[in-house]
Design a protein around this ligand. Structure first.
Ligand SMILES: [Zn+2]
Length: 124
């Protein structure tokens, strides 16, 4: 390897290192974005779990009160179930979450109204 070749090869390595450094920077940016997204998804998940727990608890409380009825599921009770499910969804919407099929459970940005959610609420 003569001096010229050696010099070229060093220049070449320098270029490659520069490119790698740039790629590393980009990867770092992606990683930061992913971490941020992951974090907000975790929070959202936690919030939804808490809501689910509350809903399940309120359902359990009602079931244990109804045990005296020996499983007689009359239609009035069913109506009540639907009504409560609806209230829970309406509350979830009020708290700033989507309840529509398209974005269910995801937070509404700046709590802006969602036409799909609203039409769902009005259907009742
Ligand atoms: Zn929606």
């Amino acid at each position: 390897m003569d001096k010229k070749e050696f010099f070229d090869s060093v220049i070449n390595m320098e270029t490659q290192i520069g490119q790698l450094y740039k790629q590393l920077g980009e990867l770092k940016e992606y990683l930061a974005e992913f971490l941020e997204e992951n974090n907000s998804l975790k929070l959202e998940n936690k919030h939804l779990r808490q809501r689910l727990e509350q809903i399940e608890n309120s359902n359990n409380q009602r079931t244990s009160c109804d045990e005296g009825n020996s499983g007689e599921a009359d239609s009035a009770e069913e109506m009540f179930d639907i009504g409560e499910g609806y209230d829970n969804l309406a509350r979830l919407y009020q708290e700033g979450f989507h309840i529509c099929n398209f974005h269910f459970g995801s937070p509404r940005k700046q709590k802006e109204d969602c036409l799909f959610c609203l039409s769902f609420l009005n259907k009742k």
